[in-house]
Ligand binder design. Sequence first.
Ligand SMILES: [Zn+2]
Ligand SMILES: [Zn+2]
Length: 360
Amino acid sequence: MSQLSESVPILYGRDSEGNLRHIDSVTNGEACGCLCPCPSCAQPLIARNNGSKRIHHFAHKRGTCAWSAEYIISVLAADILQKHHYMSFPELNYFDRIKGRIVAISQAKTLKVASATTKELSGRGAPEVMLTCGGNTKLRQFVLVISLLHPVSDAQLERLKSSGLDAIAFDLRSLLSRKKRELGKHFDRANVLAGFQEISFIADVLRDESGSCFEWLINAKRDDIDQINREDLTIWLIEEERRRDAEEKERERKRAQFEAVRAEERARRLQEEEKVRVEEERRLREQAERDAIRMRELVNQQQAQARDSFGRRWIKCEICGEVKLENEFQSYGGIDRINLGCCYECLRKSRVCGIQSSNQ
Ligand SMILES: [Zn+2]
Ligand SMILES: [Zn+2]
């Protein structure tokens, strides 16, 4: 028999007749004559229902066992559902891997309960509630797994799956955390755990159409859709990759096309520039040739400077007779010899130039 580290108050004991008895319906103390209702524990209980300070509860003589609270809630839930005849089912949904979000398969709904009993399916310390639902429609069986202190382990889930039935978790642990948040410093864990065992509370939660404590644990329809979605995702990913590849190729093709057009344009522009350049060179050469001819004539008169169409001044060397630009002359100019001078070349050759510069 496993024990809990905390002392969980329980509200029901089993009397000598085998019936569940509420704490307020028994004699105080050991005289209550009740045993822990959980069959794997069944130790004598002490009724603490005298005081007004502490909540009325049964205490275990040798410390609280692990499953008594969940055992009581399971048995009471089965009883309530059997009498109440209705059960709220949570929304059924799945995570769509392609859409990247949760998608509803069917809305939360209330089904008529034909029968509700407890049965040990998963090997947990508390039994599951076996529900047979459907009024006018075909009867279907569901499993309700109640958690207060113990989450459903993977091994328990596997055993539940092997039953082939759809299962819903009735998880009061989320409600316990919510109460803790809501009550803050007024949160009394033992008190809340005891309150969760009250018939009125369990009935309210089972009737809660928002189904905040319910969650599909196992659902064959969801598994099927999930499997299809998994396969669809594989196909989608392959198609997506193909699409991306095609897009990339198309981008590459357009880029190459664009590059080719640009290269063509650049070549054409260069060709045109080259043509202009050659044309300009030819024009300048011809002009220079025309100027040279004209300058050779012009330097022979001494009334005006000989300047070509570029504004450059030309001089005739009186020694070698060549007509050259003024920067090639050591000296030139003067009255009646404005376009005459002595070039550097002749100066270098003779080191003596008979004509003195008079115009610097
Ligand atoms: Zn016990
Ligand atoms: Zn010269």
